[in-house]
Design a protein around this ligand. Structure first.
Ligand SMILES: [Zn+2]
Ligand SMILES: [Zn+2]
Length: 380
């Protein structure tokens, strides 16, 4: 039964079979023109099903959107206008440089192929990329460049699980995922050998729950010593996103924060949220030894997640103390605190815990499975 389900999962995601993803790049920009050049390997410029030219390393072409078509030129010649354009790598290992010229953007390097589409008269740049090349690029953006390889493996499995769970997010727009925080941040290939190795060494591994569904692999920077159950933040109850006490992150960079707010501002904020207040300043003091969900004064309360959002606080794990004419918020952690704590995971990796230990510590009752090796789907 379990195996059957996994086979269905595997076959349904036919893009997993091919191990390629279509990722929209520069999705925050309305690109009108850019230059392209192979960085490693050669590329065929395919326009409207014909191969127009083969580009060697550093041979530059300029592509400009002109109403409903693309105008393509090299330094020597004009190739004409086309409706459909693809830049397809011909070798085992291909990557290309791209620099947007309108609007201007810094140069980036991507693995594999580039497809151009038009949607509502705006240019879509789509990187048709091997799954693990994409994962390495995402880990570099989402995980930070300096850490132990076991941490990068953990982050690679999380980013792969997240990507495969969200493949249908942009499917009606002609691609799977965008390249900003809406999906996962992706700014091109990884230049870090450890990250690249972590992605390939964990190739195919994803996290599933006890019903063998891909998990919502939520993560955050630092939990401050205790993660939060998902239902206390997003109102969705997940068996694997349960609060855990975490001593690994408490001395790390994002473990503590402090914010001072004028007492009157704090009072007005609470009144605007329906609080009935008097002049006794003691009633404002509030302590969280363990995480709480609400800030309460007598019969009035407000969700801590609302305070965090309204006042742009780093976390909901804070104490409140009135001092003279101010309110001091002393906080712990950074982020929503659901799922894996990145700074805790980095510390665990440094202490020689394996990626399996780390994943099972933060995501309870989960399994790490290999989508490609179905008969050995459970990694112990
Ligand atoms: Zn997106
Ligand atoms: Zn933590």
């Amino acid at each position: 039964m379990k195996l059957l389900f996994l086979i269905l999962l595997f076959v349904n995601s036919n893009n997993v079979f091919s191990q390629r993803l279509k990722i929209r790049i520069y999705s925050e920009n309305n690109i009108k023109s850019f230059v392209f050049a192979p960085s490693e390997g050669t590329y065929n410029l395919q326009c409207d099903t014909n191969i127009i030219v083969t580009l060697n390393k550093d041979e530059i072409i300029n592509i400009v959107q002109n109403n409903d078509s693309f105008e393509i030129k090299s330094l020597k010649q004009s190739f004409g206008k086309f409706k459909s354009v693809q830049l397809i790598g011909k070798d085992n290992f291909n990557n290309f440089k791209i620099k947007c010229t309108n609007p201007n953007n810094s140069l980036r390097i991507y693995n594999d192929d580039l497809l151009l589409n038009l949607s509502n008269n705006s240019l879509l740049l789509i990187n048709d990329v091997e799954l693990d090349n994409y994962i390495a690029g995402v880990v570099e953006c989402e995980g930070g460049p300096k850490a132990n390889i076991e941490y990068f493996k953990t982050q690679a499995i999380i980013c792969r699980t997240y990507a495969l769970e969200n493949l249908s997010r942009h499917i009606t727009e002609g691609y799977y995922l965008c390249d900003n925080v809406h999906c996962q941040v992706y700014r091109g290939n990884s230049k870090n050998k450890d990250i690249y190795n972590a992605a390939t060494l964990t190739s195919g591994l994803v996290i599933v729950d006890s019903t063998l569904r891909l998990i919502n692999a939520a993560f955050h920077s630092n939990c401050g010593g205790q993660t939060i159950s998902s239902e206390d933040v997003w109102l969705t109850n997940k068996s694997y996103l349960k609060s855990v006490k975490d001593s690994f992150c408490i001395n790390k960079r994002n473990a503590k924060w402090e914010k001072t707010i004028p007492f009157e501002t704090w009072k007005q904020y609470l009144q605007s949220n329906g609080f009935h207040l008097n002049n006794d300043t003691d009633i404002y003091n509030f302590e969280q030894t363990f995480r709480k969900t609400y800030y309460k004064i007598n019969n009035d309360s407000i969700p801590l997640r609302k305070i965090r959002l309204d006042l742009s606080l780093k976390s909901t794990f804070f104490n409140v103390k009135v001092l003279n004419n101010n309110v001091i918020l002393k906080g712990r952690g950074y982020g929503h605190a659901v799922g894996l704590c990145q700074e805790g995971a980095m510390e665990m990796a440094k202490l020689n815990y394996s990626y399996k230990d780390i994943i099972k510590f933060y995501y309870k009752n989960t399994f790490i499975v290999n989508l490609r090796t179905l008969e050995q789907f459970k990694v112990n």
